[in-house]
Write a protein that binds this ligand. Sequence first.
Ligand code: GTP
Ligand code: MG
Length: 236
Amino acid sequence: MTDNNCCKKTVAVIPCYNEQKTIGSIVTEALKYVDTVIVIDDGSVDKTKDEAKQYGAMVIKHRSNLGKGRAIKTAFEYLSDLDCKAVVFLDGDGQHDPAEIPQVLAPVLHETADMVIGSRFIEGSLKIPFYRRVGQTVLNYATSAGSRVWVTDSQSGFRSFSNLAVKKMKLKEKGFAVESEMQFIAAKQGLKIQEVPITTLYSKKAKRNPFAHGFGVLLRIVSLILTEIRVNPYVG
Ligand SMILES: Nc1nc2c(ncn2[C@@H]2O[C@H](COP(=O)(O)OP(=O)(O)OP(=O)(O)O)[C@@H](O)[C@H]2O)c(=O)[nH]1
Ligand SMILES: [Mg+2]
């Protein structure tokens, strides 16, 4: 399914799994800053799709829940045949503020970067629960060591891409290590990476066990590093 609706436009992509409560207001807010909003509904069993459509988003829906990485892959595949001016990704659960879309898009629009990471650690990281900061630091080290590009927030889902970067992002990761994989690809392809500060909202209750989740992502990053060494054994 392709059309040229995104040609030379700015696009926001929101991967969603059961986000009916928040998606309507996020789409409304995002549409103030971009031309088109695309919601990737990752097999939600609630009314995410209807809500997103009602508030003006285009929706691509997976028949079943395939994982965040697959939702993002679907978005890149859809966008890679089109020539967008810039694409920004943000979460559908209200943790990212759509009013910060302009600052995340700016370096791509000014052609100073191909991938811009909205970093939670440049300003005000103390609002992030302590155990999450520890986990994110470990994942940052692993991703930065593996990709050889140092960033402060390798796991941020609030990020933007140039048209060139969209075409280079051939993803394999199914789950939450997808942001690390993007960094590996960007480094390998020589894409310009930049970070800008963002704020995030955290509810007290995490959706899943943060330790098991963090460990799972770490294992996937180790697997990405091992794949890299196998493909290019002289990197060392
Ligand atoms: N959990 C989950 N989220 C998905 C999936 N596919 C897409 N998403 C979306 O990916 C975004 C990030 O997922 P979250 O579960 O909020 O991940 P997180 O922000 O690291 O975790 P929390 O801090 O607990 O919110 C949200 O917009 C989800 O709706 C999936 O299979 N599982
Ligand atoms: Mg979240």
